[in-house]
Design a protein around this ligand. Sequence first.
Ligand code: M6R
Length: 605
Amino acid sequence: MCGIIGIASNKSVSTNIINSLKKLEYRGYDSAGLATLNKNEINEKKCSGRVEQLEKILFKSPTEGNLGIGHVRWATHGIPNEVNAHPHSSEIVSVVHNGIIENSTELKNQLEKKGKKFKSQTDTEVITLLLTEELKTKNPLQAVQDTLAKLEGSFALGIIFKNFNNIIIGARRGSPLAVGYSNNENYLGSDSYALKSMTNKISYLDDGDICLLTKDKVEFYDLKKNKINKKVLILSEDKNIAQKGDYKNFMSKEIFEQPITTKNCINEYIDKERDEINFFNFPLDPKDINKIVLIGCGTAYHSCLVAKYWFENFTSLPVETDVASEFRYRNLRFNKKNLYIFVSQSGETADTSAALDLCKKNGAKTCSIVNVVESTIARNSDWTLPIHAGPEIGVASTKAFIGQMLLLYILALKISFLRNDLEKKDYQLKIKNLKKLPDLLTKCLKSEDKIQLVAKDFLEAKGSMFLGRGLSFPIALEGALKLKELSYLHAEGYPAGEMKHGPLALIENGLPVIIVCPNDKYFHKTVSNMQEVIARGGKILLITDSNDSVINENIRFTINLPKIDESLTPFLSTIPLQLLAYHVALLKKCDIDKPRNLAKSVTVE
Ligand code: M6R
């Protein structure tokens, strides 16, 4: 959460800071700010709201300077307003910060006892005031090192100093931070995405590292204050990196490109000629695996829940799933023969990353399924499987969800085959069917016209309910999450069979209830649950690939899906649910790509 940019150059930096902040808005967008150093003065400009607002302020009153830092904020301490926006500056130092300082209250009390005055409600200002004290007697690097020693929590920092016209210092503990290199210009960024338009040469800071940048050079220091060298990585080029094209917003683009991203991923891992999966370098011989443990957050966690059914159906392995924020604090018994699989679009989610670190500390074998190949989670795991979905900009995860499920499906198939749990002919048939997926997704996208009509029902509704069984249960959860985050409407995802144990009490006349009901082994059971809802006045949207006549009565809308292998139905039923959330949000005039209170990359706990 929050985005940091820093630029040391031989020319004015404010325009490039603004451009980078626009790219970083997916990390936080409730306030923005920058500080430059010009003629040995710190010039700070900040505002609540979007970078666009900051740009207008700069247009009226430009900020010069060849060195500067910028920030987009996702509020943790203090409401999103101008005072709490970053940077936080004193006369001699200016700081931008991602993460949380856990002992800020204690440090604030100590500083206040010494007569220091705070302007904001943030934890960050503690760093500014501590540094201001340290800088009275120390050089910037020593002052930063000694300040960091007093801080608890996780953070990434960008700092500029009066009297040190040419340096930016960056520091990382927990929250990711990258450095980029160019001619007469060097950069600091909370991720490579912000730097990509300026350079493809990047180094990542490790936990405890500090970097010191000038326009001509970058120095790195580790936790023990030793000067160290860093590997320079050359980033892959992403074509059309952040272009919406003719789409209204990134989310609609991302929904509609799912047939292509699915095809890319299939081509990457599945042999075109033979029905075979090309996976190498397993960290653990599949025959030796004792248990599969799947971990993620939000939508990524839902892909883990779907995969649990696949691993259980295709392999003889026991499977566990957990949300990362729970997993990391559980009293776990690690086993070297378990395979721990971490799923994350960004690869930077703090909880998922901490859960991965915990596994590594306990000598467990880890695999990550990520979209961002240069991410922390990808770099820290024993084995990385990229989903090849291309940059996902909309905060609501869509194509990454399909990509995560796809890789988990492919992985479950390969592991089951290598363990002799699945016969060759069944394995090959599943692969053949999988190759049909992109075309079938295209057909599902045609449901958009009908979904636009369905969406109107949600405008007056108090809430809604999403129900499914088996593989469709996590899809119901995902459908409800999408609706909540995009349109701010209450939505419950539930296993259809659990309704009578409580939630049935919520059903009343006109409540929209979405039933995800493919023609699988649960079909008749889910239809019965649907009848119970109809009997109590629920307004049904049925998503199914069945033509069974039993389902034609008292249903407000039916979305017909194409037929597919039962195990692949989650991919198809996801599409109308994404479109539904999208169109309800559009009717409600919500900000589709940047829903309130959320951020794309959740790098705080
Ligand atoms: O980057 P990650 O996949 O690790 O992110 C996990 C969740 O924060 C994310 O899926 C979130 O739930 C989405 N906004 C849902 O659309």
